[in-house]
Design a protein around this ligand. Structure first.
Ligand SMILES: CC(C)(COP(=O)(O)OP(=O)(O)OC[C@H]1O[C@@H](n2cnc3c(N)ncnc32)[C@H](O)[C@@H]1OP(=O)(O)O)[C@@H](O)C(=O)NCCC(=O)NCCS
Length: 190
């Protein structure tokens, strides 16, 4: 599935916090986005629960609007699965690191730069929380994207949705204060 055919986002991209009432809309977006990779109906059914946001999750999400259209969102959360031995201190500290729980772009916008903007916003938000690293349990098809935005593979995890499915685990090391960390930007022009 090629992601390189979309022209860059031409209109204004605005980041804004989502709300609890957005849970259904964001869950539907996540489902359509995951389906972009061409997974079978049975696999998509197996993914349904992991793609469904609770009201509390939606209230923590940040969405990207492009010319008023919901183009994607991200959600940060605590470390929620095993980390490789050399990273285990991050799981125990509870404040030094977290996970990118979700990052989904509406299929019509895939390949247009929205994912990079959302990831950069997640980095800024994580730095504001004092995190030093973000872990990403990635869909195998998205691994190359995360490498493009500076994450490196540090291990693997087993999928919680599909028995035997192995997922790459990536880690983005965040800049420390003084290396360019600033507050999140409300708008972004690619
Ligand atoms: C993965 C995803 C978030 C990327 O978002 P996107 O808006 O399409 O990515 P961008 O257009 O910002 O791409 C940024 C860079 O990553 C590259 N890239 C994007 N997707 C890629 C992929 N799947 N593999 C390799 N490189 C990729 C782009 O070529 C671009 O590189 P460049 O800046 O050097 O040209 C998006 O494809 C998506 O939502 N996919 C379906 C759902 C999914 O898998 N989400 C992640 C769950 S872990």
């Amino acid at each position: 599935m090629s992601t390189s055919t979309m022209p860059p986002v031409q209109g204004g991209l605005v980041l804004r916090p989502a709300s609890a009432g957005d849970a259904a809309v964001l869950s539907d977006l996540a489902f359509r986005s995951k389906a972009f990779w061409g997974y079978s109906d049975s696999l998509m059914s197996a993914f349904r629960a992991e793609l469904t946001l609770t009201a509390a999750q939606a209230a923590s999400a940040v969405v990207a609007d492009v010319d008023g259209v919901l183009a994607g969102f991200y959600l940060l959360g605590p470390v929620s699965g095993p980390l490789p031995a050399e990273h285990r201190a991050d799981a125990q500290s509870g404040s030094a690191a977290g996970e990118l729980d979700m990052l989904f772009v509406e299929p019509d916008f895939i390949g247009a730069g929205v994912g990079r903007v959302l990831f950069q916003a997640a980095v800024q938000a994580a730095m504001a929380r004092g995190w030093r690293r973000i872990y990403i349990e990635s869909d195998p098809q998205s691994e190359g994207f995360y490498e493009q935005v500076g994450a490196v593979k540090v291990g693997e995890r087993l999928s919680g949705s599909v028995p035997g499915r192995i997922l790459p685990l990536l880690c983005k090391t965040l800049p420390t204060t003084g290396q360019g960390g600033r507050g999140p930007r409300a708008t972004y022009w690619r």
